[in-house]
Design a binder for this molecule. Structure first.
Ligand SMILES: N[C@@H](CCC(=O)N[C@@H](CS)C(=O)NCC(=O)O)C(=O)O
Length: 217
């Protein structure tokens, strides 16, 4: 059976879990914490020591984008990437952008507001959070406002590119950051649409429970 190494709450693990669910593949999730000393054994699966990593038969591979592209090649139905080369190149760009610039900025908010107080018992760096929210994110949100569709998804049906763009914002929401719908209405509505996809909503509920975010108060 396919094995996915990683824990709930990672925007990268989320991409892989949802790809597996959308493709109807059975899998086993093996907990692997990020930002810790990793075993020699895990480093064979993920040479950079990051999550997620995937095992499928003889294949051992890491990096969410590489994993999702493998799943698409090995299990083509339903398609999670466009088949047309031009659209596919655009989809890969969005996935790259989501996994780099967007993930970096939203991880900054998540790390400061969530990981520091709850995992490391440290105060969040409010100055850094303000710089991300007020200075560094707005140009990216302006860019996205011009890219996302007013209705539906980037390439027709919901696909990996949509999840790759929205997954970082799910982490930011865990840290109480929401895109301001009065300034970026198309983006805010698009994030809500992607978050309402049943597989996404179900995983977010499981993540909230794992992160202790579902308790009242
Ligand atoms: N490009 C990688 C990024 C994976 C990544 O950065 N994962 C984080 C957790 S969200 C991690 O494992 N960080 C640990 C580290 O950097 O040592 C992917 O798409 O899978």
């Amino acid at each position: 059976m396919i094995k996915v190494h990683g824990v709930h709450g990672s925007p990268f693990v989320r991409k892989v879990l949802i790809a597996l669910e959308l493709k109807g593949l059975e899998f086993q999730q093996i907990p692997q914490m990020p930002f810790m000393e990793v075993s020699e054994e895990y480093r064979k699966l993920s040479p950079l020591g990051k999550i997620p990593a995937l095992e499928d038969g003889d294949l051992q591979v890491s990096d969410s984008t590489v994993i999702c592209e493998y799943l698409e090649d090995a299990y083509p139905e339903p398609p999670l990437y466009p088949r047309d080369p031009v659209a596919k190149a655009r989809a890969r760009w969005y996935e790259e952008y989501g996994a780099t610039r967007l993930a970096e900025l939203t991880a900054g908010i998540f790390f400061q507001r969530f990981m520091r107080p709850f995992a490391f018992q440290q105060e969040p760096d409010e100055e850094l959070i303000a710089k991300i929210i007020e200075k560094r994110l707005p140009p990216e949100l302006d860019y996205l406002e011009g890219q996302v569709p007013a209705e539906g998804f980037l390439f027709g049906d919901f696909q990996m590119a949509d999840l790759a763009l929205v997954s970082p914002f799910i982490n930011a929401a865990y840290a109480n950051y929401e895109v301001d719908a009065s300034q970026w209405p198309l983006l805010a509505a698009y994030i809500a649409r992607v978050s309402a996809i049943p597989e996404v909503a179900a995983l977010v509920a499981r993540e909230k429970s794992a992160l202790g975010l579902d308790s009242p108060g």
